[in-house]
Design a protein around this ligand. Sequence first.
Ligand code: AMP
Length: 194
Amino acid sequence: MWIVFLGPPGAGKGTQSKRLVEYLKFPQLSTGEMLRAAKTAGSPLGRLASQYMDGGRLVPDPVVMSIVGERLDQADCARGCLFDGFPRTLGQARALDELLDSRGFKLDLAVELRADEPELVRRMLKRAADERRADDNPSTIAQRMEVYHRQTSPLIHYYQQRGVHVAVDAMRTPEQVFSDIRGCVDRCAGAGAL
Ligand code: AMP
């Protein structure tokens, strides 16, 4: 089963995809985490990525697609995976479709987490205090919101047209949100996606 998590920064994509990973026993592919690991390792890719990440901008599609393509070639991704924070542009969404198609698969579900902007900002400022993420500061948060609306939100329409989009109200507790997501996944699996 192949699932994409969509939603603005702070909507809970990371938290919810970790829960779903435990439930489905599929790997989670978080481009944000992979890029942060490359940055910490100080690799050339990490140094390139940090120029974009630290300002709240998107890392260029070819860089992102190269790390995703490599990850999908690993054995644990043979039956499916959860994409968290990817795709973030229409170019990445189309490239993902091609990658899956070339492996004989197709995307099963795009789960959009919806939340109001003041709540998202409150969550990110809390995360800044808890996790010390370099890009969770007020000016970068505003930039990431703008990038989401301009570059990533068109994916909602893209996946609606494909008939794989579901929206979940992410303004509730993590348990309530997960319960809805699990319901969507179970219905999708019941329709033969697993
Ligand atoms: P995240 O942890 O998903 O919020 O990602 C943190 C930062 O990493 C983003 O603000 C981007 O700079 C970069 N990033 C993560 N995933 C992608 C992606 N799919 N495409 C481009 N940039 C990304």
